[in-house]
Design a protein around this ligand. Structure first.
Ligand code: SAH
Length: 396
């Protein structure tokens, strides 16, 4: 087998079971591995550290499949995927939703593999050279899971470019969905959502916000709610279902707003005020109009994919949160999120604290909010804690 031999002292992070090996740690490559090939990672003294997938085009030169000598083959993927699915079966036993994240990359021992199951349709993203190499085995393993009718690929995330991989999407297993653009309906806490797996964001829906959607519903009765970055209406619909007095929802994407509006109709909910606009500009407009809200949700897209973008992203987070604090009534609640890998929970809290200060309000954190349990955080891979949220109540 091909080997990556590390520089002296560079085995530390692998010994702590961090699954990424950066190019700078490698002294020598023995053999001629190609993209996606399984390689042995060995310390300078020759000791075996891990088996990993080789990514010649990425700074993350290898991602670990396992920490001991074993075959990396179709059976390996069957076993890992079955184990991930079993963990989710326990999580969703309560029946809150018919849709779940089945595979969450490194946290399931499958770097570069993300799979969401929407009422029996699995949408998979293969984001690394190793995942790409094992595409057929991964598709077979997903298709073999109980209650899976089809597997659809949405490998079109930006990170593929860093791996030198082209974007790719299409049906992998099972019957076609029907007409092009056909929609699936999923259920989340009793609400229906139509999902567009071929053209929606990510794999089609934000399952990670499931618990936070429900949390908003409990505090919404009688409140005037603003959902900033609403996408297909996850928060807005829950506010409506919870009996909000009025809901305004803003997104810059016309198709997302059309989906959100349709989802409100599908659930026989009263209509929200759907606004197609840039949230940063719309918040300024609301400020100039002296508009006030009791609850504001801010769930922007990934503003800092890596730490290198953190500074610029920090300014954008601060800007939106500052404006939101100004628009809240006294006693009002801000539910604010960052899904940026490049912004830590600690930094995000500092940014929000700075925003409150500059807005001239005092506020308390009532809850730290996270992704739902089907998006677990691996202790050996803290980067898997990408979604950070704060629920802040404005005092004086
Ligand atoms: N809250 C949603 C998920 C939000 S995803 C849910 O729970 O399902 C982020 C959304 O922000 C996307 O719908 C995207 O279209 C939108 N978006 C990105 N940049 C924006 C901007 N500057 N102004 C308004 N919307 C924006």
């Amino acid at each position: 087998m091909h080997k990556l031999i590390l520089k002296p002292g560079r085995e530390k992070s692998l010994e702590r079971r961090h699954p990424w090996l950066f190019a700078g740690a490698i002294a020598r490559v023995d053999g001629k591995p190609e993209a996606g090939d399984t390689v042995e990672v060995r310390a300078a003294d020759g000791g075996l550290l891990a088996l990993a997938a080789y990514s010649p085009h990425s700074q993350i030169r290898a991602r670990v499949w396992d920490w001991r000598a074993r075959q990396i083959d179709a059976a390996f993927f069957n076993e890992r995927i079955a184990r991930a699915a079993q963990a989710r079966a326990m999580l969703i036993a309560g029946g809150a939703s018919d849709s779940v994240r089945l595979v969450h990359g490194e946290a399931d021992g499958l770097p570069g593999v993300v799979a969401d199951c929407y009422a029996g349709t699995v949408v998979v993203q293969l984001n690394s050279a190793g995942a790409e190499r094992w595409r057929e085995a991964i598709a077979d393993a997903l298709a073999a899971l109980p209650n899976v009718a089809r597997v659809y690929e949405r490998s079109d995330a930006d990170v593929r470019t860093l791996e030198g991989l082209p974007a790719r999407s299409g049906l992998l297993r099972g019957p076609a969905l029907g007409a092009p653009g056909a929609l699936l309906i999923i259920h989340e806490h009793g609400l229906k959502f139509k999902i567009q797996i071929e053209a929606g964001h990510k794999t089609g829906y934000y399952l990670d916000q499931r618990d936070n959607h429900a949390r908003l519903r409990t505090i919404a009765p009688g409140r005037v709610v603003l959902d900033g970055f609403c996408y297909s209406g996850g928060f807005a619909l829950n506010a409506l279902a919870g009996g909000a007095a009025a809901v305004t929802a803003v997104d810059s994407s016309a198709p997302a707003l059309a989906a959100a509006r349709e989802n409100a109709r599908l659930n026989h909910l009263p209509d929200a005020d759907w606004i197609e606009a840039d949230v940063f500009q719309q918040l300024r407009k609301f400020r100039d109009q002296n508009r006030r809200f009791d609850i504001i949700v801010l769930d922007p897209p990934k503003l800092a994919p890596t730490a290198a973008h953190a500074e610029k992203a920090a300014r954008a987070y601060k800007d939106a949160n500052l404006l939101a604090f100004k628009l809240l009534n006294r006693g009002g609640v801000l539910m604010t999120y960052s899904c940026s890998g490049g912004v830590s929970a600690e930094l995000f809290q500092k940014i929000v604290a700075g925003a409150a200060l500059d807005a001239g309000v005092t506020a308390c954190i009532e809850a730290w909010l996270h992704a739902a349990a089907d998006h677990p955080v691996a202790l050996n891979f803290p980067e898997s804690e990408y979604l950070k949220g704060l629920m802040c109540r404005v005092g004086a």
